[in-house]
Ligand binder design. Structure first.
Ligand code: ARG
Length: 482
């Protein structure tokens, strides 16, 4: 940034910034909304001409100036308080005082709010694409590992045998809700505050629906004070991202544990080694994914704390709000890509998993269920099997626990059924309730998940289409002037 006094169109001589100049300026961080601001300027200029607020010739000059500023890029902007005033200054530098007509009937307050929404919505699209790719890959892996029996845990203790496919689909389901939340956040982000001016509307006969249309927004935020004040689209999006990051941290944690147990081997691309212990293969990428939940939570906290108690309508605190959302979305999107890659390339060791699947008498619940299905009250069966668990957790232990409890096993179960219940594979296969881990239950869950992913892809495509339509419309309208 140049060291000369600002002289930008907004501050002029009087508010040159003094010692706080750098602190006041958001120009560097505004690079993120440079293109959004140009589009917002274009839409506004086109609308001003259509409404007869500026002449077509004036709009042409402004639009030419904007094109030149875009070609020169953000780095070439003059110093300024922010990207909005810097672009205006640059346009005036290029086309003369007529460039100063660009800001008619609006304020930087509605302008910045519009730019943030314009930019964030495409960032959300990218995140959702990443999540959908992860979900597709989880479906493919779940199909491949549909019959791979593995130990299942609660409290990190061996609990019941399950399958890798069922385990993976559990995360597909969580990511499906993360997708829904992000799409809902997109929809509330994709509304236009433009034309609210400072907060109290304008005397000019502007057309807010038209600028919304030219920018691909779904609708207009009606109340002009709400339009410039509202940042809940940022909190909502960041909350959805923090929730997604929490989902990712869970899958990362599981895989870190599974890798240390030898259940799964991570691809070298997602592992790291030690600078001293040459034999080490550490799950560093997943540890970083796990840690991103902390970044996302910090982003949400930073945002909420900044916004809390702000008076209506615009306060400069807002300049420090959106950075939290943008940083969070970048970090969480990257973590999603890395987590997806680590999961997709991990190698599950079916033999180790099979050996461990029955550990800790994890088939006990199945045995209790079997006795209960034969008519023994479930609570009695539970006590009997608990006793067997202390005595060796095998057929002999069950028989002796039954004798001690005065239960005649033959009255309740077939001898072969007991063997089946004690076998981890058969134990899994028998739990074929809706949503359960039995391979056929997983096969139908997979059908639903696959259809769900396709629906979400279509929902996302419909949204990106609206954005593209806006871009094309604006381009066409601009082309009619320049
Ligand atoms: N740079 C400001 C922001 O990011 C733009 C709006 C400035 N408006 C104002 N009245 N100072 O929030």
């Amino acid at each position: 940034m140049s060291e000369e006094p600002a002289g930008d169109v907004v501050r002029g001589e009087r508010f040159s910034g003094g010692p706080a100049r750098g602190f006041l300026s958001s120009l560097a961080a505004d690079e993120r909304i440079f293109r959004a601001d140009l589009q917002v300027d274009r839409a506004h200029a086109v609308m001003l001409a259509e409404q007869g607020i500026v002449t077509d010739a004036e709009a042409t000059e402004i639009l030419r100036g904007l094109a030149a500023v875009e070609r020169a890029g953000h780095a070439d902007l003059p110093d300024g308080e922010d990207v909005h005033s810097a672009i205006e200054t640059a346009v005036i530098d290029r086309v003369g005082p007529v460039g100063g007509k660009m800001h008619t009937g609006r304020s930087r307050n509605d302008e910045v709010a519009t730019c943030l929404r314009h930019r964030l919505r495409s960032d959300i699209v990218e995140t959702v694409e990443t999540v959908l790719a992860f979900r597709e890959s989880l479906c493919a892996l779940a199909e491949r590992e549909r019959e791979t029996t593995m130990p299942g845990f609660t409290h990190l203790q061996f609990a019941q045998p399950t399958t890798v496919g069922h385990y993976l689909l559990s995360y597909e389901s969580a990511l499906a809700r993360d997708t829904e939340r992000l799409l809902a956040a997109f929809d509330r982000t994709n509304r236009s505050p433009l034309g609210a001016a400072a907060f109290a509307g304008t005397t000019f006969d502007i057309d807010r629906d038209r600028t919304a249309e030219l920018l691909g927004f779904d609708s207009v935020i009606e109340n002009s004070t709400d339009a410039v004040s509202a940042r809940d689209f940022l909190t909502e999006t960041t909350a959805a991202l923090a929730t997604l990051a929490t989902t990712l941290s869970g899958i990362a944690e599981d895989l870190i544990i599974f890798a240390s147990e030898g259940y799964v081997e991570l691809h070298d691309d997602y592992a790291s080694t030690s600078s001293i212990m040459p034999q080490k293969k550490n799950p560093d990428s997943l540890e970083l994914v796990r840690a991103v939940a902390g970044d996302a939570s910090a982003g949400l906290d930073g945002l909420l704390t900044t916004l809390k108690g702000l008076p209506r309508a615009y306060n400069r605190d807002l300049q420090r709000a959106h950075g939290h959302a943008f940083e969070t979305i970048d970090t969480v999107t990257e973590a999603t890509t890395v987590a997806a890659g680590a999961v997709a390339t991990a190698d599950w060791d079916a033999d180790v998993l099979a050996d461990e699947a029955g550990e800790g008498f994890s088939t006990a619940t199945g045995v209790a269920d079997l006795l209960a299905a034969g008519g023994l009250p479930f609570r009695t069966a539970h006590e009997l099997v608990a006793r067997a668990a202390e005595q060796g957790a095998d057929r002999a232990a069950i028989e002796s626990a039954a004798a001690e409890s005065g239960v005649d096993l033959d009255e309740y179960i077939e001898p072969t059924a007991l063997d089946a219940a004690l076998d981890p594979d058969q134990s899994v296969a028998s739990r074929d309730s809706y949503g359960g881990p039995a391979p056929e239950a997983v096969a139908s869950a997979l059908d639903r998940a696959t259809a769900d992913v396709a629906d979400a892809q279509a929902a996302l495509a419909a949204r990106t289409e609206t954005l593209t339509e806006g871009e094309t419309l604006l381009e066409t309208e601009v082309a009619s002037y320049v």
